[in-house]
Design a protein around this ligand. Structure first.
Ligand code: PGA
Length: 252
């Protein structure tokens, strides 16, 4: 059975002190939670990853990075590699977030190299994809989503898919307060599961968790997660407040 996942993408928020106190509150809240088949992930900034790993050692929380460079090492000032992440026990990385694509020029080609590098290090990947508003208005959302996944992931062997989690994040819904309707989310998730089945097999399609991201809040999480092909969420703003994030986890 595929896992349900609720992942908090903290973006460029929370200094060391705030990281500590948010994790402390989450740990406290999760002690009482019934997690069943749900995995909880947080993605603090690079600088606080080590601290987060240490603080969550005995808690049901995994720590992910928000980005990494494709190269193993070298003259790439300011960058961080998969092997560096692994060396501090960070085994998961978010790749392809729309903010990385839009503000840092990450193309499908760059993302493909990052995916390959992360997999070489046996890391798990949360791969984000999603259309912009203009794509949806032009009725291009299916083809945009298909090409993002095809260009970055469909060269991988079937075995690699055990390490891939997908996150559908319509760009027009990120940080805007605007959420895809449960029907819009389900429609894309089912479509994506279908193209995975066509490319690989029904087994791979059924074992791949597909998360929804874009203005998920305690008030709308339940109806989004209720869809059969939505296996959890990638949460931005609402992951910064422990009570909201815990409520979202409980909604699954
Ligand atoms: P949001 O961000 O929940 O603040 O819309 C989601 C994301 O960017 O992953």
């Amino acid at each position: 059975m595929r896992k349900n996942i609720v992942a908090g993408n903290w973006k460029m928020n929370n200094d060391a002190k705030e990281t500590k106190s948010l994790l402390k509150e989450l740990k406290k809240g999760l002690k009482k939670a019934k997690l069943n088949n749900t995995k909880v992930i947080v993605a603090p900034s690079f600088i606080n990853l080590k601290l987060a790993v240490k603080q969550t050692k005995k808690a049901p929380i995994k720590v992910a990075a928000q980005n990494m460079h494709a190269a193993h090492s070298g003259a790439f000032t300011g960058e961080i590699s998969a092997s560096m992440l692994k060396s501090i026990a960070v085994n998961t990385v978010i790749l392809g977030h729309s903010e990385r694509r839009a503000y840092f020029g990450e193309t499908d080609e760059i993302l493909k190299a990052k995916v390959d590098s992360a997999l070489e290090q046996n890391m798990k990947i949360i791969f984000c994809f999603g259309e912009e508003l203009k794509d949806r208005q032009a009725d291009q959302h299916f083809s945009v989503v298909e090409s993002q996944i095809n260009n970055v992931l469909f060269h991988l062997p079937e075995t690699a898919w055990k390490r891939i989690v997908l996150a559908y994040e319509p760009v027009w819904a990120i940080g805007t307060g605007e959420t895809a309707t449960p029907e819009q989310a389900q429609e894309i998730h089912a479509f994506v599961r279908g193209i995975i089945e066509k490319q690989y097999s029904v087994t791979v399609a059924n074992q791949t968790s597909i998360l929804y991201g874009g203005s998920v809040k305690p008030t709308n999480a339940k109806e989004i997660f209720a869809n059969p092909d939505v296996d959890g969420g990638l949460i931005g703003g609402a992951a910064l407040k422990a009570s909201d994030f815990l409520e979202i986890i409980a909604a699954i």
